[in-house]
Ligand binder design. Sequence first.
Ligand SMILES: CSC[C@@H](O)[C@@H](O)C(=O)COP(=O)(O)O
Ligand SMILES: [Zn+2]
Length: 212
Amino acid sequence: MSLYQEKWNELADIKAELAERDWFMGTSGNLSIKITNEPLEFLVTASGKDKRKRTAEDFLHVNSEGEKIEETHLKPSAETLLHKEIYQKTNAGCSLHVHTVANNVISELYYQDFEVVFKGQELIKAFDLWEEDAELSIPIITNHADISVLAREFGRHIKSDKGAVLIHNHGITAWGRTGFEAKKILEACEFLFQYQLSLLQINKFSRGGVLS
Ligand SMILES: CSC[C@@H](O)[C@@H](O)C(=O)COP(=O)(O)O
Ligand SMILES: [Zn+2]
């Protein structure tokens, strides 16, 4: 099997798993996987598709600038520039972007801090934070309408081969050296967001006297 086909299948399988979680509401979300380093080439989801469906037109082959390098009527994801930033700045091999209610609400709640911080949570170990007092900070950036402005701001927060950035009232992009690692980071983030929202709800009720 060619490297291209191998990477296609890997990304299609990841897409199917995220679809099972219902993380592609209203055609949102986009995914990419690196094929080669030199020259930098990757597969990225076609724009505007229902990403829950598995079809032969799901991904396009693009170059280091995120421009298509195959004959096709398909358009690369509107957010291809964000994926490109990751591959240009790190050794990441896969990047996953999803919109969920939990990541949107967290991005709204902590937007004024430009980050959401997790501490004392087992799942921050997904980011290789092993110390007992370790803290995970996930940056929150403005959802600029101009994608090149968004990509530039996003790029400022790409500091390692794996990581995650929240875009205010939009979604999250998570990446890792492999597809497995990118998915692990994404799932860990979504777990932490859901935990935080549940805790805030319980605190609200108990502090408000409903449970106390
Ligand atoms: C209508 S979904 C929101 C889109 O504007 C975008 O944020 C998104 O995630 C999907 O865009 P796409 O061009 O299909 O990759
Ligand atoms: Zn998006």
